[in-house]
Design a binder for this molecule. Structure first.
Ligand code: KG4
Ligand code: ZN
Length: 344
C-alpha cells in the first residue's frame, strides 16, 4: 500500500509517500522559519496561509521525485491534531479533498504518534516494546510503547515542555528564533557549572518533569548586576546541562522501571546533540540502546505522518472514504488513542 502523508500542524509543511513494502519513497519539507523569525514566534494566520501556498507545490514535487501519479496512491494520512487549528485545517482540507477526488480513504493521524513511531523509519529500527521519550516544543512525555496505538504514559511535564523551555530561555537571552537550535549552538561555546541552575524534579521518584522554574532561574541569573554578553554562552551551557541531566535521569529510571532495554527519542529536542551523547552514555552503562529518528525526521515532517498512517491502514483502520466531512483537533491527548496511565 502506498500512503501519501501530509503534515501542517505548525510551521513546517511536509509531504511524503510511504510504501508498506518498499519503505519511504520520498518526502518534501518546507520550513516557515524565515517567515516567522521577525515576529519571534509562529504567527498562526501566516502559518495557515503559507501552508496553502506550499502544499500544492510540495505535492507536485514529491510525485515527481517518486515518479508516481495520484492514481498510484492507495490512501492519504494527514495530521489532524494537536496543533494550530487553521494550519491543521489546511492539511486536512487538502487531504480530504484529494481523497474525495481520487476515491481513496483519508486517515486522520495524531501528530505525536507520528513523532513516536518515526525512529522505526531508520535503517536499524527498534522493536516493540520500548520506552519512548517524546520531547518537542509542545510535549515532554515518557511512555511505554507496546505496539501501534498501545501507549502507556509513565510521566510528563507538569508545566513547560522541554522545547518550550529552550525556546523561552533563548528568547529571554535575546538569542533569536527558533530558540532551541540557537541556544544549543551557543551552549557549545560555553562551560556549564560556572552558573548554578536547579535540576527540577530530579529526585521526585516519578517520571514527571518541570521546566518552568529552570527558565525563571535563567532569568534571575541573567538579570543579576554585572551579567554581560560574554556570560551568555556559559549560562546557555548550564541551562542545557540542567535540562539534559533531568531528561536523561528520568529516561533511565523509566528503563529501570519497565525492565526494557530500548529507548526511543522523538520530537524536535531529540535533535540536540548534548542530549544524544548523554543518553547514549547513560544507556550504555545499563546495556540499553537508544534509537533516534534520522536527524532530518526529528522535527515535524510528512514522512512520519505517512508512516504512522500506513501502520494504521495496515492494522485495519479504513478512515473515511472521502465524503468531504472532517474535523481537526487542536487539542488532542495521545492518551485518547492509547491505553490508560501506568502507576510509577
Ligand atoms: O517536534 P517539533 O519540530 O515541533 C513540535 O513541537 O511538535 O519540535 C520543535 C521544538 C522547538 O521547541 C525547538 O526549539 C526544539 O524542538 N529544538 C531543539 C533543537 N532543535 C529543535 N531544542 C534543543 N536543541 C536542538 N538542537
Ligand atoms: Zn512536532
Amino acid at each position: 500500500m502506498r500512503v501519501l502523508g501530509i503534515e501542517s500542524s505548525c510551521d513546517e509543511t511536509g509531504v511524503a509517500v510511504y510504501d508498506t513494502v518498499q519503505g519511504l519513497l520520498g518526502h518534501r519539507l518546507h520550513s516557515q522559519i524565515d517567515l516567522h523569525a521577525v515576529y519571534g514566534g509562529v504567527v498562526p494566520e501566516l502559518a495557515s496561509r503559507d501552508h496553502i501556498r506550499r502544499l500544492p507545490v510540495l505535492l507536485r514535487e514529491v510525485l515527481e521525485e517518486t515518479g508516481l501519479s495520484f492514481a498510484d496512491i492507495d490512501g492519504i494520512a494527514y495530521t489532524a491534531g494537536p496543533g494550530l487549528a487553521g494550519a491543521l485545517l489546511v492539511g486536512a482540507g487538502v487531504a480530504e479533498a484529494l481523497a474525495l477526488a481520487l476515491g481513496k480513504p483519508a486517515l486522520p493521524v495524531h501528530h505525536l504518534e507520528g513523532h513516536l513511531l518515526s525512529p522505526l523509519l531508520s535503517a536499524t529500527p527498534p522493536e516493540f516494546p520500548f520506552v519512548a521519550l517524546l520531547v518537542s516544543g509542545g510535549h515532554t512525555q515518557l511512555m511505554r510503547v507496546s505496539g501501534v496505538g498501545d501507549y502507556a504514559l509513565l510521566g510528563e511535564t507538569v508545566d513547560d515542555a522541554a522545547g518550550e523551555a529552550f525556546d523561552k530561555t533563548a528568547k529571554l537571552l535575546g538569542l533569536g528564533y527558533p530558540g532551541g537550535p540557537v541556544l544549543a549552538r551557543l551552549a557549545q561555546e560555553g562551560v556549564s557549572g560556572r552558573f548554578k541552575l536547579p535540576r527540577p524534579m530530579l529526585h521526585s521518584k516519578d517520571f514527571d518533569f518541570s521546566f518552568s522554574g529552570l527558565k525563571t532561574a535563567v532569568l534571575t541569573a541573567a538579570s543579576a548586576p554585572g551579567f554581560c554578553e560574554a556570560d551568555k554562552a556559559d549560562l546557555a551551557a548550564e541551562f542545557q546541562a540542567a535540562a539534559v541531566e533531568v531528561l536523561v535521569a528520568k529516561s533511565m529510571a523509566a528503563l529501570r522501571h519497565t525492565g526494557l532495554r530500548q529507548l526511543v527519542v522523538a520530537g524536535g529536542v531529540g535533535a540536540n546533540l548534548a542530549l544524544r551523547s548523554a543518553l547514549d552514555a547513560a544507556a550504555a552503562k545499563r546495556k540499553a540502546r537508544v534509537f533516534y529518528p534520522e536527524l532530518e525526521l526529528c522535527t515535524d515532517n510528512g514522512a512520519m505522518i505517512a508512516f504512522a498512517g500506513a501502520l494504521r491502514f495496515k492494522a485495519g483502520e479504513r478512515g473515511a472514504q472521502g465524503n468531504g466531512e472532517f474535523a481537526v483537533r487542536p487539542r488532542w491527548s495521545l492518551q485518547e488513542i492509547a491505553v490508560p496511565r501506568e502507576a510509577p
